[in-house]
Write a protein that binds this ligand. Structure first.
Ligand SMILES: NC(=O)c1ccc[n+]([C@@H]2O[C@H](COP(=O)([O-])OP(=O)(O)OC[C@H]3O[C@@H](n4cnc5c(N)ncnc54)[C@H](OP(=O)(O)O)[C@@H]3O)[C@@H](O)[C@H]2O)c1
Length: 360
């Protein structure tokens, strides 16, 4: 176990750069501290590396380089999913886990691994969802691709309204008790469904979910109204994705046709990401945010991730890169402490993204 893993940093503000032992004899400086995964005793890194670019947008060699850089910076925790890479389909599903699996050889004990199931992974009607059959098949298939006999966190990629919550809760319990996952969590759940899942697990004395993985950024704040208060009440870790709104919050995109080679033109994901963020309101907000970033003397990319980190309900944002050089500006968010006035300015500028489709 590295020193950064052993470090307990329940308060992120208390965490500081830590010397860790690397592969060789030379100690190296880890800039990313650790934080407990919700109410568990497990220290994950304060930034989690997302991997969904690996295997389509990013080739294997480049993916391994991204993993090396993040790992050297102290990122101990990886997030993936059975259906990745993003932008592909059935023909490519599973590639990302295989790429990670090859990188993991000889490193498994120094890495915390989170994966997910529920998305469509095969042609049969049961190759998706949160049924007992699919989750038990799914964990075995992920473990084979990852070349390991357990994952640290197994997550439901989304809610499955067609499977009774009790069936899903029991399957997650089986997976943890079999030793194939250390903990379980959910992603993309409405608050009331997550509250019910927790309640059913409690009633039946089953293993509880410990984390939630929602979308969250300066351009998407709806989770502040219900999900974050629920997570705080229940002691759930919050490990949000899309902290840069798929790259829009870098400020590099311009209205008009999306830039080729980026998330907004990426295969089957292009339309979804354009739907989410490629609109006049988002571009106007990014322009205002750029001015704030410039006044603060912080790159917008760094500021956007620092703003997510500044929310006390957030455990660890999941960052992503399609090229190794993109990581530096994101990792630079770790030491940034937003002045209250700057935080307030950012909150006010993006208040509209908190309201969602609220009727009142
Ligand atoms: N549970 C879910 O449903 C779900 C959904 C989405 C993501 N996730 C997880 O969260 C992870 C992170 O999500 P995300 O990739 O959407 O995060 P993000 O931070 O919103 O977007 C990352 C993307 O922004 C661009 N970028 C990042 N740094 C940059 C820089 N310095 N300069 C210029 N461009 C930069 C890159 O895209 P380009 O190079 O294409 O511009 C990069 O791939 C994923 O890998 C996955 O593990 C989960």
């Amino acid at each position: 176990m590295t020193a950064s893993l052993a470090q307990s940093a329940a308060s992120p503000a208390a965490a500081s750069p830590t010397a860790t032992a690397g592969d060789g004899a030379q100690p190296r400086i880890a800039t990313v501290p650790s934080i407990r995964l919700g109410n568990t005793g497990l220290p994950i890194s304060r930034l989690v590396l997302g991997t969904m670019t690996f295997g389509l947008q990013t080739d294997e060699q480049t993916s391994h380089r991204i993993l090396d850089i993040a790992s050297d910076a102290g990122v101990t925790t990886l997030d993936t999913a059975d259906v990745y890479p993003l932008g592909g389909g059935l023909a490519t599903a599973g590639r990302t886990e295989q790429i990670i699996g090859r990188w993991l050889q000889g490193r498994r004990q120094r890495v915390l691994l989170a994966t997910k199931a529920v998305g469509v992974i095969g042609p049969a009607a049961w190759d998706r969802g949160a049924s007992r059959k699919h989750l038990l098949d799914g964990i075995d298939a992920s473990l084979r691709r990852l070349g390991t006999d357990y994952v640290d966190l197994y997550q439901l990629h989304s809610d499955d309204p067609h499977t009774p919550l009790d069936e899903t809760a029991l399957a997650l319990d089986t997976i943890v008790r079999s030793g194939k996952a250390r903990y379980v969590g959910v992603s993309n759940f409405l608050s009331y469904r997550l509250a019910r899942l927790i309640g059913r697990a409690e009633t039946r004395n089953l293993v509880r979910v410990v984390s939630v993985q929602p979308r969250y950024s300066l351009l998407f704040r709806e989770i502040e109204r219900e999900l974050l208060p629920l997570a705080q009440d229940e002691g759930l870790a919050v490990i949000p994705y899309n902290p840069l709104a798929g790259g829009l919050l870098t400020g590099k995109h311009k209205p008009g046709a999306p830039t080729p080679g980026t998330r907004f033109t990426l295969g089957t994901a292009a339309e979804r990401y354009q739907d989410r963020y490629w609109n006049e309101q988002a571009f106007a907000t990014v322009e205002s945010l750029k001015a704030v970033a410039s006044d603060a003397g912080i790159p917008l990319t760094t500021l956007a991730v620092a703003w997510v980190l500044a929310n006390p309900a957030i455990t660890a944002p999941i960052i992503g890169a399609s090229r190794p050089e993109q990581l530096a500006e994101v990792l630079a968010a770790i030491p940034v402490r937003l002045e209250p006035a700057l935080k307030l300015r950012l909150d006010e500028l993006t208040a509209a993204y908190r309201r969602g489709d609220a009727g009142r």
